[in-house]
Ligand binder design. Structure first.
Ligand SMILES: Nc1ncnc2c1ncn2[C@@H]1O[C@H](COP(=O)(O)OP(=O)(O)OP(=O)(O)O)[C@@H](O)[C@H]1O
Ligand SMILES: [Mg+2]
Length: 242
């Protein structure tokens, strides 16, 4: 099985404080890995280590077999391989929908304008936003913004998409339109790592679920293992209050 991400004995300290301890995780091609757990447990930090938005303190992270902590790693190039979708969208608010999706193609990948536009339109079509190409970001709903953010990430042709609570900032009625796009990508075989509080989504879409608690990967398993009978009291408690 082709490994897109392999994390070995990862630890992260902020100053003296250990927020991730000895994490091991493998993400195979085509997998959808959901990261769940209580607030402050280290989920975002773990995800952000995967594209060096945070620098790990110890351990190793391999993306497509390359140790990203190697001094020679080109961070811009790494981030084209590991597309990130944030809770707060992080779109370029002064640009329209189309330009949000072509900018990095033009600047980072040096794609020719015509091709960049075609790739953008194709990905915006995939997320149901092709009819809004000329819209400014502030003319969009939260769900529409997040779908543009997903299209923008797809335009870099990443090997894996990283999502940090992609629906947490949305009004309830917009959650499904974003989750449905992510489900569609899962069916197409896109490799994804998703920090989420949407338990039914994780249950239905994940190939693997990691429960992070106080910086420790307390439990890793299939949805039926995580939601089934097991002896992990902390995970049981977490699922119960969800
Ligand atoms: N830049 C930082 N400097 C210092 N401490 C930080 C920093 N970023 C995160 N932390 C701490 O690291 C711990 C883990 O934070 P993290 O954001 O990864 O948790 P989380 O599981 O994503 O929580 P939430 O569900 O609330 O998003 C927390 O105690 C947080 O205060
Ligand atoms: Mg977080």
């Amino acid at each position: 099985m082709e490994q897109v991400i392999r994390i070995e004995n990862l630890s992260k300290f902020f100053g003296e404080v250990c927020v991730l301890r000895d994490i091991n995780l493998t993400v195979n091609k085509g997998e959808v890995v959901c990261i769940i757990g209580s607030s402050g447990g280290g989920k975002s930090t773990l995800l952000r280590c995967m594209n060096l938005l945070e620098t790990p303190t110890a351990g190793a992270i391999y993306i497509d077999g390359i140790n990203i902590m190697d001094k020679n790693v080109n961070v811009d190039r790494l981030r084209t391989k590991t597309g990130m979708v944030f809770q707060q969208f992080n779109l370029f608010n002064h640009l329209n929908v189309l330009d949000n999706c072509t900018l990095a193609q033009l600047k980072v990948l040096k794609t020719e304008k015509k091709l960049a536009t075609a790739v953008a339109v194709s990905n915006l079509t995939k997320v149901g936003m092709a009819d809004k190409l000329g819209y400014k970001i502030n003319q969009l709903s939260g769900g529409q913004k997040q779908r543009v953010a997903i299209a923008r990430a797809l335009c870099m042709n990443p090997d894996v998409l990283l999502f940090d609570e992609p629906t947490s900032a949305l009004d309830p009625e917009m959650v499904d339109e974003v989750l449905n796009v992510i489900k569609k990508l899962a069916l197409e075989g896109m490799t994804m790592v998703i920090v989420t509080h949407e338990m039914s989504f994780a249950k239905n879409v994940a190939t693997k679920i990691v429960f992070i608690d106080n910086g420790i990967a307390e439990f890793t398993g299939s949805p039926s293992e995580v939601f089934g009978d097991h002896g992990n009291v902390r995970l049981k408690e977490f699922i119960k209050v969800k």
